[in-house]
Design a protein around this ligand. Structure first.
Ligand SMILES: [Zn+2]
Length: 385
């Protein structure tokens, strides 16, 4: 059945345009050169171009315009408010980001930089997720896709990192919890990099269940081991699935079948969010997925949202740096959200990731059982008498 896909996009997000190494910016110091050399050993400092660039969104939009998806419907986001950002970020972090307005700077943490319009773009990116969870809650459409940049999942409560200024999906999840009254929000972060910021923000909170599949440490950012399971009341609500390089479609489908779906059935989320990075695509040169895999994952997540939470499913773009791979994959995901199904998924002869997924599923089995038991206790506690 065809479904509406609310697609949030604003061309002002193209104005976030750090230019890479630039000799005219003396503040882009030797420390930045060292960071670039460390993270991109094969790049020359003079030719280094900021990988998170406007062409990423342009490629997706052009693809959607050239090959329209029936049911896809454009929406313009509104910037996130300070109150919305404050739910997941510290006052000091918000003041720091505000201080960057109008300037070109490399931030101290790593190879993250801003241009004069970056903060305005970041507010729109965070606002898109807020708009999307509100719209699916109001029944304006069952599914939404936020075509946003800068991405968000590396930004923690108190610092920017990994091209991320505000944590877009955390702002959306916080809004769903606090403003819209959802008791249980689930996030699957399938970006190739661990969503360390999202994990940090919700680490002690049982109201947000986070499943995160990613390339294992020491791959950037180096976090996301099986043992990082949450703390305090949030213990057991973080399920990391570290994968080897080279993982393909079959491994990610295994993540869905062996971890995401059983965890969701135990936890029973009221809305599902996806940190949808597409950098596991083989053209991004580390993993081996392709667009048929992303189509299958989306199709399965739609079925899960239909089973558990009245279809409410919101995807928020994270990484993906090859324009062809990104536009093919995002287009496939939006087609999936619109109710299109695929008949075949390309698979590797052997998929290095499958054994790692099986190991993670064994590791998490007890935790997933606990999620169901915890929900049962809360539900029975809520019964009268
Ligand atoms: Zn990524």
């Amino acid at each position: 059945m065809k479904k509406t896909v609310l697609t949030y996009y604003d061309e002002r997000m193209l104005s976030h345009e750090p230019t890479g190494w630039d000799a005219e910016h003396p503040e882009w110091s030797d420390a930045v050169k060292i960071m670039i050399a460390h993270q991109y050993p094969e790049a020359s400092l003079e030719t280094y171009a900021y990988p998170e660039r406007p062409e990423r969104l342009i490629a997706i939009v052009e693809r959607l315009l050239a090959d329209p998806v029936d049911g896809q419907c454009w929406r313009r986001p509104t910037p996130a408010t300070r109150a919305q950002l404050e739910r997941v970020h510290s006052a000091a972090h918000l003041a720091y980001i505000e201080s960057l307005v109008g300037g070109s700077r490399w931030l101290a943490q790593d190879t993250t930089a801003v241009s004069p319009e970056s903060v305005a773009a970041a507010r729109l990116a965070a606002g898109a997720g807020v708009n999307a969870v509100e719209a699916v809650t109001a029944g304006e459409g069952p599914h939404a896709f936020c075509l946003v940049r800068p991405p968000g999942h590396h930004a923690s409560a108190d610092h920017a990192m990994g091209f991320c200024l505000y944590n877009n999906i955390a702002v959306a999840a916080g809004h769903a919890r606090v403003a819209l009254g959802y008791a249980r929000v689930m996030i699957w972060d399938w970006d190739m990099h661990h969503g360390n910021g999202t994990q940090d923000i919700f680490y002690d909170q049982p109201g947000v269940l986070v499943v995160d599949s990613h390339c294992a440490a020491p791959f950037y950012p180096g976090t996301g081991s099986l043992a990082e399971a949450g703390a305090g009341a949030g213990r057991g609500y973080h399920l990391n699935v570290p994968l080897p390089r080279g993982s393909g479609n079959a491994a990610l489908i295994d993540v869905f079948e062996q971890v995401v779906r059983p965890a969701a059935r135990a936890y029973r989320p009221e809305i599902i969010l996806i940190s949808a990075g597409f950098d596991c695509h083989y053209l991004d040169q580390t993993c081996a997925m392709d667009e048929t895999g992303f189509a299958a994952l989306t199709q399965q997540m739609c079925a899960l949202a239909h089973e558990l939470c009245d279809d409410r499913l919101v995807m928020v773009l994270e990484g993906g740096y090859n324009a062809q791979a990104l536009s093919d994959s995002a287009h496939a995901a939006i087609r999936g959200l619109a109710g299109n199904t695929i008949s075949a998924v390309n698979a590797l002869p052997t998929d290095e990731g499958r054994a790692a997924v099986a190991q993670a599923a064994r590791f998490h089995a007890g935790t997933i059982a606990m999620l169901g038991a915890a929900l049962g206790q809360r539900s029975s506690g809520a019964q009268p008498g």
